[in-house]
Ligand binder design. Structure first.
Ligand code: TMP
Length: 218
């Protein structure tokens, strides 16, 4: 079913991924791809309502996890799967790795339960693991939590996640590192402590190496 390309962007708050997503979308369009740009939590009217609750309303870790997966299920069914079936490139600002990093690493939610919910949301009814929809590539913007905190300081009124401590983000960062270690072919680590131009060059190189963008002349 998945003829298109599914690329996700991950990293702790303040890692700087958002500034690069639009640029990459333009580059992929210029290279002849049809691009769907979307985000999680969100991407559909229902999932955007859930996003608003997740970012602003007080709740426990189980409620948070259930809402994240409810939003994901709707987003997959209504946006991601149809776009991939049309052969498009889907660029998604965060996906399930964020759940493992934030709810698993950050909040301490049981990772085995998360794995089960991942299969449930990404396989649909039937739970056949070989049919689980996963990103083809995950661009992981890795940055020291202290640096991310400096970048976030004073940027805007922080939401429920952005207002967490550096210790929380250290656990989230470890959660991402564990996911990356578990799927090294899918993950590309982007050194997001570098200046913006170097981050952009690294992104270009990762996509060019897979043949999805033209290469840069040596
Ligand atoms: P954003 O600010 O990058 O759009 O992401 C919104 C917040 O939602 C971010 O702080 C991370 C959090 N989040 C989770 O906690 N779990 C998830 O599964 C996802 C997708 C996001």
């Amino acid at each position: 079913m998945t003829q298109g390309l599914f690329i996700t962007f991950e990293g702790i708050d303040g890692a700087g991924k958002s500034t690069h997503i639009g640029t990459l979308a333009q580059a992929l369009c210029a290279a002849g791809h049809t691009v769907t740009l979307t985000r999680e939590p969100g991407g559909t009217p229902l999932a955007e309502k859930l996003r608003d609750m997740l970012l602003h309303d007080s709740m426990d870790a189980l409620t948070e996890t259930l809402l994240v997966f409810a939003a994901r299920r709707d987003h997959l069914r209504c946006v991601i799967e149809p776009a991939l079936a049309r052969g498009e490139v889907v660029l998604c600002d965060r996906f399930t790795d964020a759940t493992f990093a934030y709810q698993g690493g950050g909040r301490g939610f049981d990772l085995q339960v998360l794995s089960y919910m991942e299969r449930l949301a990404q396989t649909g009814i039937g739970l056949q693991p070989d049919l689980m929809l996963e990103p083809h590539l995950t661009l992981w913007f890795d940055v020291p939590p202290q640096l991310a905190a400096q970048r976030l300081a004073g940027a805007r009124a922080p939401d429920r996640f952005e207002s967490q401590s550096v210790e929380f983000f250290t656990r989230v960062a470890r959660g991402y590192a564990d996911r990356a270690a578990g799927a090294p072919q899918r993950f590309a680590r982007i050194d997001s402590a570098q200046p913006r131009e170097q981050v952009a060059a690294q992104l270009q190189a990762v996509l060019a190496a897979r043949g999805w963008l033209p290469g840069v002349a040596p």
